[in-house]
Design a protein around this ligand. Structure first.
Ligand SMILES: CC(C)(COP(=O)(O)OP(=O)(O)OC[C@H]1O[C@@H](n2cnc3c(N)ncnc32)[C@H](O)[C@@H]1OP(=O)(O)O)[C@@H](O)C(=O)NCCC(=O)NCCS
Length: 163
């Protein structure tokens, strides 16, 4: 057995997070850059930031190795809505429960702070079929699409997970 555990990310996890983004297979350079930028905001919040900052970040570990990560946060100007900004599981270890473990860690953090739902945006492109299959299978509900949002032919798909 290789149990998956989760914890808040620490600064020394940055190279692993960068690798997860770059190897994910569906993030372009701009997206990897934004992913790292918000992780850096989380790290710059320092030890007092943690879950209370704008971009809490969790990592998943298996056998002591970082195999997934997610950045999320309270959605400003809402009472109880949270946002999932980035999530990635090691491309070599997909379908092993890493994404599921990360989402439950997010829910635990958000619930303690009054969160009632997790919202995310993803792409309607074929490249994201597996990603949407993951959300469809793990309690998220599709709530709408805007055609041509990212680029012509590339819709944004909104998902919500309520608890
Ligand atoms: C989305 C992602 C994080 C899911 O991580 P994961 O660890 O592979 O997912 P899990 O193992 O927790 O999967 C949970 C369930 O989701 C469904 N699922 C996950 N991947 C699937 C796939 N490729 N096809 C069909 N169903 C899938 C399955 O029902 C799975 O349960 P099962 O394996 O017991 O049948 C991962 O695919 C990933 O990193 N993708 C690239 C980055 C990305 O797209 N991020 C999101 C951007 S919006």
């Amino acid at each position: 057995m290789h149990p998956i555990t989760t914890r808040l990310a620490a600064a020394h996890d940055r190279p692993a997070i960068e690798r997860l983004l770059r190897e994910a297979g569906n993030f372009n350079d701009e997206e990897c850059g934004v992913g790292l930028e918000i992780v850096d905001v989380y790290f710059s919040d320092g030890p007092t930031g943690g879950v209370n900052g704008d971009y809490p970040t969790v990592v998943a570990e298996r056998d002591g190795v970082v195999v997934g990560y997610a950045t999320f946060g309270r959605t400003p100007m809402t009472e109880s809505t949270w946002h999932l900004y980035f999530i990635a599981a090691d491309v070599r270890i997909r379908r092993a429960g890493i994404g599921r473990a990360l989402c439950s860690a997010i829910r635990d953090v958000a619930m303690v702070r009054g969160g009632r739902r997790l919202v995310l945006e993803t792409s309607g492109r074929e490249l994201y079929d597996a990603t949407r299959a993951f959300y469809d299978a793990t309690g998220f509900v599709e709530e709408g699409r805007i055609p041509d949002y990212y680029s012509p032919g590339d819709a944004v798909v909104y998902y919500v997970w309520r608890w």
